[in-house]
Ligand binder design. Sequence first.
Ligand code: SF4
Length: 217
Amino acid sequence: MVSTSSKSLRYEDLVRNIINCNKCPLHKFRKKPVPGEGPLDTSIMIIGEAPGRYEDEMGRPFVGPAGKLLDYLLSLAELKREEVYITNVVKCRPPRNRDPRPEEIESCLPYLVEQIDIIKPRLIIALGRISGKTLYELMGRKWRGMKAEHGVIIKGKLGDLDLTLIPTYHPAAALYKPDIKKILEKDFSTTIKEEVKKIKSNKVNVRRKNLLDFINQ
Ligand code: SF4
């Protein structure tokens, strides 16, 4: 079992590497890199695509209007932001919010893989096409496009880790598109909420079992 302190040390090292990273051209355009934030002992990770303007200014993921919408969507799944770890596929803002290029994703991907390995989530919610496709590929699956894949529950392996992946649209895409917002509301209040419920009740059962084992010792 990995101790909390060695987990934290490994994470601190990772954040330091991201902050000093110049592996791809995106480092030239960023104000602040955005490694991610949230508890390291969570079972749930949210993975977006890339930092936007507000994130780049603050060095934090999902702030600004898309972040507010994400908070609302999380509440539909009975989740609070403090309960999840939030990051992006690439950690530096692409100029004018263009899509990150394949070679930029490839350069940055080891950081995401390490974050997943440190946190060992049981559920990943992938926000947006780039995030969904990247995670599908990491899990050895073929991406059929967001229309077909949003809200679908994927059980599989990422390295040695057994996990559930649910892709859906990026909240930024819903800011000016009410039809996308409706789809997001449905995904968060149905499939995502159900998976969150399962994870939470499993955690309670594990705690109860540990307590009973301790009492019966
Ligand atoms: S996007 Fe990733 S790989 Fe590129 S400079 Fe930033 S941290 Fe490094």
